[in-house]
Each structure stands twice: as structure tokens, then as C-alpha cells.
Design a protein around this ligand. Structure first.
Ligand SMILES: *Cc1c(COP(=O)(O)O)cnc(C)c1O
Length: 432
């Protein structure tokens, strides 16, 4: 593929800087953005012809890499049928096929699906479902949520209200956010047992306030954007028990962890529990389109249906978009056909062996690996722009935030690319 002449690149970047916001950015920012012209497999090709090995899967999404022939075909076939129809009063086989597949692969009690167009909306929907459920059960005071500190659940108002109240990027809006309950981020690491002192505050909070609490919402096992923390499966088991004991629903936000990233298809499986409501998104379409879903138990869907107003109060314009459904179906099949589990465990082994070198560095706080996620936690925050530029110079795409340099490559990454990626990361971290 030809690359773009330098003059055109400058024009494109000037317009970008003039007109467009990027995530959590200033409009006329001096922080560079890198123009991409194509992406193939695990490689992102920049407009100047350089190729970067992708260490991010475009934020958990592109698990099969880019420009995958099977996913391309699924979306093209669907495009020639219809790209979209409204979902009010109409239905189609991509939506039904995807629903059947999701019900098959998610924990058994989850049998009712609400499709939406982004993770944040899937969280909004989950929160509304929980509140509407208790209202239908004649417990209308159960309206508040309990969330973990260091959690991240999205950027819309409901989702913001359950993000970490201090580091959650949303403190500016605290006056207009719903007031929720927060408990400390789990003090027990993945692989460790959860002691009474870790879990007792949760029990006490629910015991005291359960009349007002609709649900606990959490990211199972891995707290992502709030700190890339891996916590004990035992903690999650105990949360499940406490929720049952005090008539509180459990919402698992699997938007980042779903579809194999942590080494299980869904992170709840580490604890062998099932939530009452589950949110999925990100990798669902293999990174092709924006789509998410909220799944619930039959008890929840039936209770909502059988009480005033007798319907669930939400309905996005692009609900169950056929292109997104079709590519999701193909992506889920592809996960199975490509033995995702073996691939993720191979990635895990290499991440562990290659990143562990950084453990001995004075300015490194911790190195941790779970599934296809590798995290180097530094003692101080990195300068994102300069470290990103160093990574690009060395031919890798890695985007750290705060004190965290982390990798979550596409599952299809080959051994030599992964080793190269890890070694570049360790080299650059060691030079900090
Ligand atoms: C990314 C993310 C969201 C928000 O998803 P969007 O598609 O960005 O709205 C919610 N919860 C978790 C755990 C996430 O990682």
C-alpha cells in the first residue's frame, strides 16, 4: 500500500488539531497524534510508512488483530443484505443469532439480552434494570449502587457516578452525579485468599444500607482503566454471597474482561460465580464496530415485565445494528475456531517471562500478568507524550497512562512479535 506524501500528512494533522477532540484531550493540543492509513494482523501502518506492532488491541477490542478476512466477510455479506433497520417492531437473524450465541457462552442464569451501542450505555442500562427490578418488587427505595474504588465503568452520567470518585476522571461533575456508596478496592491480590478484614467492610455497608441499595457493580477480577489491578477470586465469591444475603443484585461489568482476555472467557469464571446482570462490549465485535450488551436473569426480566409500566424503559436508535451483530457472531465463532484459550495462555507465559526483568528496576513498583494482560507499574507517573514517541520510534504501539505501562496484544500475535514488543517495552522502561 502506498503511503501519503509528507505535505498531505501535515495538512491532515493541522485539520485534526484544529477541529477534533481525541479521548481525554485538549482541542489544540501539542501532544502528537499519529496518522494511521491501514492496519493488518498485529501491525498498524502509519501514514509515513512506518509499521508498529500493536500492544493495545485498540483498548481491549481487536482480539483477532486488524483486517481479518473472516470478519471482513461477515460484515460485507451483511452490508449487502442491510446495514441497519430500526429494532422497534422489527427483528432480524443477526440479532437473534448473536443473542443465542451470547446466551450459550455466558453464565447459565443469564438469558435476557439488551443490545446497545457502547459500553457506557450498557452500564446505564444495567443500572436502570436493577432499579426498575426492585421497583417492580415493591422496594422502590432500593435505588443506589455500591461500587469499588479504582473502578471504571464509562463516561456517561450514570456510569460516571460509579467510577472511582477521586481518580475516576469525573470529580469535576461530582455535584450533579448520583450519590453512590464506595468500598475500598479489594486489598487481596489475584491468587491470594480474601481475609475477613478485606471483605468485612462490604458486609457492614450492605447490612446497614441494603434497604437503599439496588446493586453492587464491579469489574470482576481485573479493575481496568482505574488501575489495572488484579484481585482475588475469593473476594468475588464472597461478594456474591453477601449480595444474596442482603437482597442486593450483583452487576458484573465484563466490558474489558470479557471474551477471553483474563484467561477465562468471562472473568466471573475465575470465581465460578454468575452475576444477576452482566455488561459486555469492547471485544464483542472483534474491534470492528461499537456495540455492547447487558444480560440479565429470567427473574429480572420477568419481574420487570410483570409490573407497571410493564416494559423496560430504554431503547437506543441503533439498537442491535445488523452489521455489528453479524461481525460479533463471526468474532465469537473465530475465538473458538482459533483456540483462544491456548493462545492467551501462551501470551501469558511470554509476558511473564519477558516483563519480569523489569521487576528488579528501582523505579518499578510492580510487574503483574494475568491472561493476555501485562502491567508494569512504575513508582511515578510517566510523561505520556514522550514515552509514546519513544515507543513509536522503536516500532511498537503502547499507550501508558499514569504510572502504568501495560500490554494487551491481539490474541493472534506471533511469538517473535510478542517477544520484540516486550523487549522494547522493558528497554524503554529501563531508560526512564
Ligand atoms: C471501556 C469500559 C467501559 C465503557 O465502554 P465505552 O464503550 O467506552 O463506553 C465500561 N466499563 C469498563 C470496565 C470498560 O473497560
Amino acid at each position: 500500500m502506498k503511503y501519503i506524501p509528507e505535505q498531505e500528512i501535515s495538512k491532515l494533522l493541522a485539520s485534526d488539531r484544529q477541529y477534533i477532540w481525541h479521548p481525554y484531550s485538549a482541542m489544540h493540543s501539542d501532544i502528537p497524534v499519529y496518522p494511521v492509513i491501514s492496519a493488518q494482523g498485529v501491525r498498524i501502518r502509519l501514514a509515513d510508512g512506518r509499521e508498529l506492532i500493536d500492544g493495545m488491541s485498540s483498548w481491549w477490542c481487536a482480539v483477532h488483530g486488524y483486517n481479518h478476512p473472516v470478519l471482513n466477510k461477515a460484515i460485507l455479506d451483511q452490508l449487502l443484505n442491510m446495514s441497519h433497520v430500526m429494532f422497534g417492531g422489527l427483528t432480524h437473524s443477526p440479532a437473534v443469532g448473536l443473542a443465542e450465541k451470547l446466551i450459550e457462552i455466558t453464565p447459565d442464569p443469564l438469558v435476557a439480552i439488551f443490545f446497545s451501542d457502547s459500553g457506557s450505555v450498557a452500564v446505564e442500562v444495567a443500572m436502570k434494570m436493577a432499579i426498575q427490578y426492585w421497583n417492580a418488587r415493591s422496594l422502590p427505595n432500593k435505588q443506589r449502587l455500591v461500587s469499588l474504588r479504582s473502578g471504571y465503568h464509562g463516561d456517561t452520567f450514570g456510569a460516571m457516578s460509579v467510577c472511582d470518585p477521586v481518580n475516576g476522571m469525573h470529580s469535576l461533575f461530582s455535584d450533579v452525579l448520583a450519590k453512590q456508596y464506595f468500598i475500598d478496592s479489594p486489598g487481596c491480590r489475584f491468587g491470594a485468599e480474601c481475609e475477613a478484614r478485606h471483605i468485612n467492610p462490604v458486609r457492614e455497608l450492605l447490612e446497614k444500607n441494603h434497604q437503599k441499595i439496588a446493586a453492587v457493580i464491579l469489574e470482576p477480577i481485573v479493575q481496568g482503566a482505574g488501575g489495572m489491578l488484579f484481585y482475588s477470586a475469593d473476594y468475588l465469591c464472597q461478594i456474591r454471597e453477601i449480595c444474596d444475603q442482603f437482597q442486593v443484585l450483583l452487576i458484573a461489568d465484563e466490558i474489558a474482561t470479557g471474551f477471553g482476555r483474563t484467561g477465562k472467557l468471562f472473568a466471573c469464571e475465575h470465581a465460578d460465580i454468575s452475576p444477576d446482570i452482566m455488561c459486555i462490549g469492547k471485544a464483542m465485535t472483534g474491534g470492528y464496530m461499537s456495540m455492547a450488551a447487558t444480560l440479565a436473569t429470567e427473574e429480572i426480566s420477568q419481574t420487570i415485565d410483570s409490573h407497571e409500566p410493564g416494559v423496560f424503559m430504554h431503547g437506543p436508535t441503533f439498537m442491535a445494528n445488523p452489521l455489528a451483530c453479524a461481525v460479533s457472531i463471526a468474532s465469537i465463532s473465530l475465538l473458538r475456531d482459533t483456540a483462544w484459550s491456548a493462545r492467551v495462555s501462551k501470551i501469558s507465559t511470554i509476558l511473564e517471562s519477558r516483563l519480569s526483568i523489569c521487576r528488579s528496576l528501582d523505579h518499578v513498583e510492580d510487574v503483574r500478568v494475568l491472561g493476555a494482560i501485562g502491567v508494569i507499574e512504575l513508582k511515578t507517573a510517566v510523561d505520556m507524550a514522550s514515552i509514546t514517541a519513544r515507543f513509536v520510534e522503536q516500532g511498537v504501539w503502547v499507550r501508558p497512562f499514569g504510572k502504568l505501562v501495560y500490554l494487551m496484544p491481539p490474541y493472534i500475535i506471533g511469538e517473535s512479535d510478542l517477544i520484540n514488543l516486550c523487549d522494547v517495552v522493558c528497554q524503554i522502561v529501563s531508560e526512564l
